[in-house]
Design a protein around this ligand. Structure first.
Ligand code: TYM
Length: 353
């Protein structure tokens, strides 16, 4: 709790490209809803983006775009603290310190690490021998160490602010579990109560997983199946109309195939309950026409994204506003981070003479 007795909330999004509906429904929508009742701190994770070695100019542009997208979606710098991860150097120092209590085994077992390591090594299969590949590879391909310690850095983002609630999508749950483990481990190793154990937060509902419309599991930048907040009307409609479906129900109350369930999942996030029910009923009595469902879905998505898109376009060129907001945000984020870092250094025996 902070001085006004509001719980501290931290979350961030990597600076790897424009924000898509997965980011929006998994995270950003809740950021906006939480800013009134919590002490909220939202950042752009540029250091995390470095784990996949982006082009430096692109990285910088992505940071600015995401801040514009945060503001366009409704984040208010008078209520929420908005900052860039690398503007808080205390994070980098604590990352080094916390790594002393993190095992390379537990990091290597993290699902997101295995996934991204496979990509960096160019391995297609799901082989569980990824450890062998990493150690044994004699090619010039390598898995960078930043990727391995990605969860340490994420834990530090959260713990350095002593946050208790972290609004993230389902794909980040394992990282949050590690964060809690590291907090517990640090507290018990030094016999202190320094870090609270943060939990995911989605207003009492299960964490969200926004599916892709290409029949794959999740909507994601590296999957290339994203509906972006910045997409114009024509592009978005085209993407939705191309969504993968099936041949349609042949008998009443037939189970829904995973690809069509993906459409319903997205509809549940964007359309009214009545509309969803109408299409569920049409599926159940075999009268559904997927073309109509897609049209409706595109319509309802556009109602959410088009106003945001307009504001993004307005804000994107306004570097002065963005830089003013980020400077103020960094100051506040650093203040808290520096206080925690001091405690951590002291507890670990790094003390000034
Ligand atoms: P990132 O940049 O991959 O994603 C940002 C947020 O969007 C959510 N998300 C989704 N939610 C539901 N369905 C999807 N298809 C989908 N795709 C993305 C993610 O769950 C996330 O909430 N490690 C983080 C960034 C980070 C962070 C932190 C988050 C760094 N430090 C501290 C919270 C606290 C990441 O890579 O998110």
């Amino acid at each position: 709790m902070n001085q006004q007795n509001k719980e501290i909330v931290v979350s961030g999004i990597r600076a790897t490209g424009n924000l898509h509906l997965g980011n929006y429904f998994g995270a950003l929508k809740n950021f906006v809803k939480m800013q009134n009742d919590y002490d909220t701190m939202f950042f752009v994770a540029d250091l995390h983006a470095l784990t996949t070695n982006p082009d430096p100019d692109m990285l910088h542009a992505n940071v600015r775009n995401i801040v514009a997208e945060y503001l366009a979606a409704g984040l208010d710098p008078e209520k929420a603290t908005l900052f860039v991860q690398s503007d808080v150097p205390e994070v980098s120092e604590m990352y080094l310190l916390l790594n002393m209590h993190v095992g390379i085994g537990e990091l290597m077992r993290t699902a997101s690490f295995k996934d991204k390591a496979r990509k960096q090594l160019g391995i297609k299969s799901e082989s569980d021998d990824i450890e062998k590949e990493i150690i044994g590879t004699d090619s010039n391909k390598r898995v960078n160490a930043g990727l391995l310690t990605y969860p340490t850095l994420m834990a530090v983002d959260i713990l350095i602010q002593k946050a208790t609630k972290v609004p993230v999508g389902k794909d980040q749950e394992q990282h949050l579990e590690l964060t809690r483990r590291f907090a517990r481990r640090f507290n018990s190793f030094y016999g202190v109560e320094l870090f609270p154990e943060p939990t995911n937060f989605n207003f009492g509902s299960a964490p969200v997983k926004v599916p892709g419309l290409d029949g794959s599991g999740k909507m994601g930048k590296s999957e290339g199946n994203c509906l972006y907040l910045i997409d114009d009307e024509k592009t978005l409609r085209k993407k939705v109309m191309r969504a993968v479906t099936d041949e349609g129900p042949k008998v009443p109350n037939q189970p829904v195939s995973p690809t069509v369930e993906n459409l319903f999942t997205l509809m549940q996030l964007t359309s009214s309950p009545e509309v969803v029910q109408q299409y569920r009923d049409a599926y159940a009595d075999c009268s559904i026409r997927y073309g109509d469902l897609k049209k409706q879905l595109a319509e309802d998505i556009l109602k959410i994204t088009l106003p945001i898109r307009e504001r993004i376009l307005d804000l994107q060129g306004d570097d002065a506003t963005i830089s003013r907001i980020l400077r103020r945000g960094a100051e506040k984020a650093r203040e808290r981070a520096a206080a925690t870092l001091n405690e951590v250094r002291h507890v670990m025996g790094i003390r000034r003479f």
